[in-house]
Structure formats: structure tokens, C-alpha cells
Design a protein around this ligand. Structure first.
Ligand SMILES: [Fe+2]
Ligand SMILES: [Fe+2]
Length: 133
């Protein structure tokens, strides 16, 4: 299981965003921990649904910051967010059918997606809105 670890390079320099990134990492790790503990599939499914809600709220915050700041790559960044939300919804359906195999795939995808998104889209946002730009 690929646990995510907070790393200072993930910091975008906007306190509310950094705080939410740390919360998201903790919540995603919770899915992994529940999988490792072989918790009941319905319990894990509820955690995934909570993570989906939290991620949607986080994306809404970032999108508002970008809109307010007339950010030049707003569309591309928002599209990347929407792709992930779609993927999670697709996987939530797959979990209904395949159970654990789909859950493990989802957790891998979440870890890969967040590491890549933090390092590219969110890092670029930092270069525009963070304190040291
Ligand atoms: Fe983002
Ligand atoms: Fe983000």
C-alpha cells in the first residue's frame, strides 16, 4: 500500500490550501490503513465517500482562489480536478461490483494522482499566489 507522506515541497504557501492538503493525505492514508486492517468493505466504502466529499470541497476552494486571482491556467487545473472526481466516482461503482480489488486500485490511483497534481498544477498555483513568488 502506497501511503502518502506530507513533504514540504507540497506546500503551496496558501495556509488554507496547505492545511487541506495535509488533511487529504491523512484521509487517503486512512483508506490504506483500513485496507491493511482488512476492515469491512462497507466501512471502507464509507471512508472513500467521505474522502470524495472532502476532495470536492478542497477543489472548490482552489478553484475559487484561482477565479478570484484571474489565474491563467484555471481551465486546465479545473479539468485535472474533474478528471480525478470522475475517476473516483467510477471506482466507487466498481467497488460495488468487485470489492477489494477495485479498492486497492483506487488507493494506488489516488496516491499517484495526488503526488503528480501537487507537484505540477498545485505547485504552479503556488508560483502565482504563494508568498514567495
Ligand atoms: Fe489542485
Ligand atoms: Fe490541491
Amino acid at each position: 500500500m502506497k501511503y502518502l507522506r506530507w513533504n514540504d515541497s507540497y506546500s503551496v504557501g496558501i495556509d488554507a490550501v496547505d492545511f487541506e492538503h495535509q488533511t487529504l493525505i491523512e484521509m487517503i492514508n486512512m483508506i490504506y490503513a483500513e485496507l491493511d486492517d482488512r476492515r469491512d468493505i462497507d466501512e471502507i466504502r464509507r471512508t472513500v465517500a467521505d474522502v470524495h466529499t472532502e476532495i470536492s470541497a478542497h477543489f472548490a476552494l482552489e478553484e475559487r482562489i484561482m477565479r478570484d486571482g484571474h489565474y491563467d491556467e484555471y481551465e486546465a487545473h479545473k479539468n485535472d480536478h474533474e478528471e480525478l472526481l470522475d475517476q473516483i466516482r467510477t471506482m466507487m461503482d466498481a467497488i460495488e461490483n468487485d470489492g477489494e480489488a477495485a479498492l486497492e486500485m483506487l488507493s494506488e490511483q489516488l496516491a499517484d494522482w495526488f503526488s503528480a497534481h501537487f507537484a505540477t498544477f498545485d505547485a504552479r498555483m503556488h508560483s502565482k499566489f504563494g508568498p514567495s513568488h
